[in-house]
Design a protein around this ligand. Structure first.
Ligand SMILES: Cc1ncc(COP(=O)(O)O)c(C=O)c1O
Length: 380
């Protein structure tokens, strides 16, 4: 292998779908299917059947999906909403934009998702009324069933942030099939990415579907009559056509990504010297990952040091995420409440590193990434 390895290369997927997408886009242009239209309805149905849910409502991006999903779950100004201290900022943003109060909860150090024990003690202390249950890194919590059951028993509304979990399965069943209200992001780097920003909400009831459709379309009850103060967050034909074609590739995408994720884990844990210093994270038992990200830490090294050295060696690498929610300056102004010292999430963010992982990645590219990591680890 010679030459640099990118962190992500979307062209490998685009090459496969290019001709079909171009012909669908030509039809869209000819029919002026720009906002909404039959392709949007069709892709929502395709998504619903793939995810094992009755209804999917599309919108403009995954952050809007979180905003409207929280509203569908009754979240209002002043309500407390728990979320993990380790997530993408938009999980926090959606809560804060609604004027609700984010309650930050620490993570489980093994699965890196919100800790069930911390969540229970946060509920004792803060009595939050809703939870943003984020499925991070391409898998989910080992305590998923316990978390859902606890929230049901305590009447805590859940929004499941599924931006990173398309294709994840729990005991052979799609993860979001049993979610009351969950969201997706079609940001191009996701497992199912669009040709521009895009998002969706999955729901179980017709009532929720009707409410969300209205909310994403200015709160309309009729063209110039409004049942709600809503948003303008809609998908168009070009994006729907692209996503629909990507969905046909899902089996190949998952096979390729899962193979790369497993290869990294085996290769790094199979090497005696590397395995003493490198910890590669992965799904808990019973959970099938989607291969969204490689996630590792190196003993004795800060994540930024490792990433700088990888980049100097020509290996694209990232840090998802270098800082927690509580470390962000606007968190205080948004009235965020920290439950406890949040030490585990902070310590993990200091160290996290992601090696390249994308659809159709070659073995020689993975080998090059591991070789570069090995020489960095040798100096740890
Ligand atoms: C966990 C998580 N939540 C929410 C989002 C927001 O999605 P979008 O970028 O489509 O607004 C993302 C993706 O970027 C994400 O990774």
């Amino acid at each position: 292998m010679s030459g640099p390895v990118p962190f992500i290369d979307l062209t490998r997927l685009v090459k496969r779908i290019r001709a079909d997408v171009l012909s669908a886009w030509t039809e869209c242009l000819d029919k002026c299917e720009f906002v909404g239209g039959p392709r949007v309805g069709a892709v929502e149905k395709k998504l619903a059947s793939g995810l094992g849910v009755p209804f999917v409502v599309s919108c403009a991006n995954g952050t809007d999906a979180l905003l409207v999903a929280l509203q569908a779950q009754g979240v209002k100004r002043g309500m407390k909403v728990a979320l993990p201290n380790l997530t993408f900022w938009s999980t926090f943003e959606a809560v804060a934009q609604l004027g609700a109060i984010p309650v930050l909860v620490d993570i489980d150090p093994d699965d890196l998702q919100v800790s069930f024990d911390e969540l229970k003690s946060a509920h004792e202390a803060h009595r939050f009324e809703a939870l943003m249950l984020v499925h991070l890194y391409g898998w989910t919590s080992s305590r998923l069933g316990d978390i859902r059951a606890f929230c049901k028993e305590r009447e805590i509304a859940i929004v499941e942030d599924g931006a990173q979990c398309f294709g994840v399965e729990v005991n052979g069943k799609p993860l979001l099939a049993d979610a009351g209200v969950a969201t997706l992001s079609f940001y191009p780097a996701k497992v199912v990415g669009g040709a521009m920003d895009g998002g969706a909400v999955t729901v179980q009831t017709k009532e929720h579907e009707v409410f969300l459709r209205s909310l994403c379309n200015h709160g309309r009850s009729d063209h110039y009559s409004y049942a709600h103060v809503g948003w303008n967050s809609r998908m168009g034909g070009l994006q729907a056509a692209f996503i629909s074609r990507v969905l046909d590739e899902v089996p190949a995408i998952l096979e390729s990504r899962r193979a790369s994720a497993a290869w990294y884990r085996e290769r790094l844990s199979g090497d005696v010297a590397l395995s003493k210093k490198v910890r590669v994270y992965g799904p808990p038992s019973g959970v099938t990952e989607n291969g969204y990200l490689n996630v590792l830490t190196v003993e004795g090294k800060r994540g930024q040091e490792v990433v700088d050295a990888l980049k100097a060696a020509g290996i694209g690498a990232a840090r998802t995420y270098p800082e927690t929610m509580d470390a962000q300056p606007p968190a205080r102004a948004a009235g965020a409440v920290s439950h406890g010292a949040l030490l585990r999430s902070r310590a993990f963010c200091e160290k996290v590193v992601n090696l390249p992982l994308f659809f159709d990645m070659r073995v020689d590219e993975r080998e090059a990434a591991v070789a570069a990591l090995s020489s960095i680890v040798a100096t740890a």
